[in-house]
Design a protein around this ligand. Structure first.
Ligand code: GLC
Length: 553
């Protein structure tokens, strides 16, 4: 393991924690989370062990898409605090060794953004071309719209100027036109601004929409991604783009910058995530194993981001209709739990029926799969959703700090759930005192993950186990090897794996006190508890004392 790797290529084994300032902690008692509240909780986050905070949008907004509809890219939503509060927060995070990245939502603006007001004021407006207009848009396919509950087209007619404008998402989010060099410059200015205030990079919203839906079409849409990445690297080496690119692997791989790795630094593995859910639903490692085998290697110094849940719907759009329904049946059978006909609006612990063993296994899997783990706030304590909240907001509920909620002294911005995932059952304070809690499990997983560079840097191989329910893989780097196994079913099983080049080595379990031996022929028997998981590190066979004394002579 080369030293510069672990510090310079920091994102390869980062643990990214996504949170929304609005729902994390209220510092001024008005019911809305804010930067002051978040700053008070940084020691909690540092103690958890995460290394990078991803902030969902915190900019001024009419809030019709939870802040993904921005009216000013250079300031802070006044409900969340001031730029001063933001800088104090970043400074405190850095002081505790945490990096900060933020959502970069530049595929579109809010229709309330002054740029759009200017652009729609007349066809001759100097900003007209900052957005995408058409007299006669191509007929679009309503089955392709992103939010089919609210929209049935990508185009909206603008009465004032008699043309249609493009909106890849909601009609109140007109698409910015990166085909226009002025817009590209402005985006660089936005990146530069926040990097100057201490950000280490951005989670780029809706990347394919950003570069494809423009006018005129860019000769090479990827050149724009190369340009912004180069700009960032010039300003601050080591800054990253974490991309939301929900495409099949074949198309997705181009977004890293084929061969060169000069575009998106880290891409979410949406396919792997969906196959992991299919595997969990079937209690069959097959789909996930196939995805991992098929998944291309990212270019050098790029990385996959692994996740099981995020702030959106759990999208199952890359599966077949039949597969999707298998997951619905297993984890979200009621219509109210489903959304857009392609996803679920639940959090992981409730989908797994609150079964702690199974939940712990799922997160062990997440941390051990090759790629950078990204978690959504509250996952570490097993928060559930609140289906009374509209649409995707069901999972974006206030963080549960104590048995009375502890998020705010006032009426919180979103409703707190009742029942078995209510704060009196699921909260940080209780789990800190319970050595068996999910919170403690996360701390252990994060600690081990950070101690095992094999997982982040290694070449991985999916192993045959002879049992459908068990996924085993190994990660090798610079002569070090980890062997990982997860039992997706609730029956105890013994599996056998063949570990070439590790004959007679010892396997030390890093999660519990246990050692296993690898036989002369390289086979090893792994006893697996129901929903059990093993993180095994290989070490060379111990030399018997008499051989050791011969060697010494
Ligand atoms: C991305 C975000 C989602 C948002 C959409 C429009 O998909 O993850 O939350 O609504 O973009 O900005």
């Amino acid at each position: 393991m080369r030293l510069t790797y672990t510090s310079d290529v920091w994102y390869k084994n980062a643990v990214v924690y996504c949170l929304d300032v609005e729902t994390f902690k209220d510092g001024n008692g008005d019911g809305v989370g804010d930067f002051r509240g978040l700053t008070q909780q940084i020691d909690y986050l540092a103690g958890l062990g995460v290394t990078c905070l991803w902030l969902m949008p915190f900019f001024p907004t009419p809030n019709r898409d939870d802040g993904y509809d921005i009216t000013d890219f250079y300031s802070i939503d006044p409900r969340l605090g001031t730029l001063g509060d933001f800088v104090e927060f970043v400074r405190t995070a850095h002081d505790r060794g945490l990096r900060v990245i933020a959502d970069l939502v530049v595929n579109h603006t809010s229709d309330q953004h002054p740029w759009f007001a200017q652009a729609r004021s007349s066809k001759d407006s100097p900003m007209r071309d900052w957005y995408v207009w058409s007299d006669t848009p191509e007929p679009d396919d309503p089955s392709q719209v992103v939010f089919p509950d609210k929209e049935n087209s990508f185009w909206e007619y603008d009465e004032g100027t008699g043309q249609y404008y493009l909106h890849s998402f909601y009609r109140h989010q007109p698409d910015l036109n990166v085909g226009n060099p002025e817009v590209r410059d402005e985006i660089a200015r936005i990146l530069g601004f926040w990097m100057e205030l201490g950000l280490s990079g951005f989670r780029v919203d809706a990347v394919p929409f950003l570069v494809e839906n423009v006018n005129p079409k860019l000769a090479n849409p990827h050149e724009f991604l190369q340009d912004i990445r180069a700009f960032m690297t010039r300003r601050k080496g080591g800054s990253i783009l974490l991309g939301e690119v929900n495409l099949p692997y074949k198309e997705l791989i181009r977004y890293f910058g084929e061969g060169l790795g000069d575009q998106i630094t880290v891409c979410f593995d949406f396919v792997g995530m969906q196959k992991a859910w299919l595997s969990m639903a079937r209690q069959d490692a097959g789909p996930l194993a196939a995805a991992l085998r098929e998944r291309p290697q990212p270019p050098k110094d790029c990385q996959w981001a692994m996740f099981l849940r995020n702030h959106d719907e759990l999208t199952l759009d890359k599966l077949t209709e039949e597969e999707r329904h298998e997951i619905f049946r297993a984890f979200g059978p009621h219509e109210d739990m489903q959304i857009y006909g392609r996803g679920l609006r639940r959090r992981l612990p409730s989908m797994l029926g609150g079964d702690l063993r199974r939940i712990k296994m799922a997160y062990s899997l997440l941390f051990s799969l090759p790629g950078t783990p990204v978690i959504f706030y509250g996952e570490e304590i097993g928060m559930g959703e609140n289906l009374d909240e509209e649409g995707r907001m069901a999972v974006r509920i206030p963080m549960q700090w104590s048995d009375d909620g502890g998020f705010s002294q006032a009426e919180p911005v979103r409703e707190i759930p009742e029942g078995s995932f209510a704060p009196d059952r699921v909260n940080v304070a209780d789990q800190k005192r319970d050595t068996n809690s999910l919170l403690r499990w996360f701390q252990l997983l994060i600690e081990r993950y950070r101690e095992c560079p094999e997982l982040a840097w290694g070449d991985y191989t999916v192993l045959d186990t002879g049992h459908d329910a068990v996924l085993a893989h190994r990660c090798d780097v610079d002569g070090a090897t980890m062997v990982i196994a997860h039992n997706l079913c609730d029956t105890a099983l013994d599996v056998e794996v063949t570990l070439t080049r590790l004959e007679r080595c010892r396997l030390t379990d890093l999660l519990v006190d246990d050692n296993l031996e690898i036989a002369d022929d390289g086979t090893a028997r792994l006893p697996m508890a129901p929903h059990g998981c093993r993180w095994l590190r290989a070490s060379p066979p111990e030399i018997p004392p008499e051989d050791a004394s011969i060697k010494a002579r």
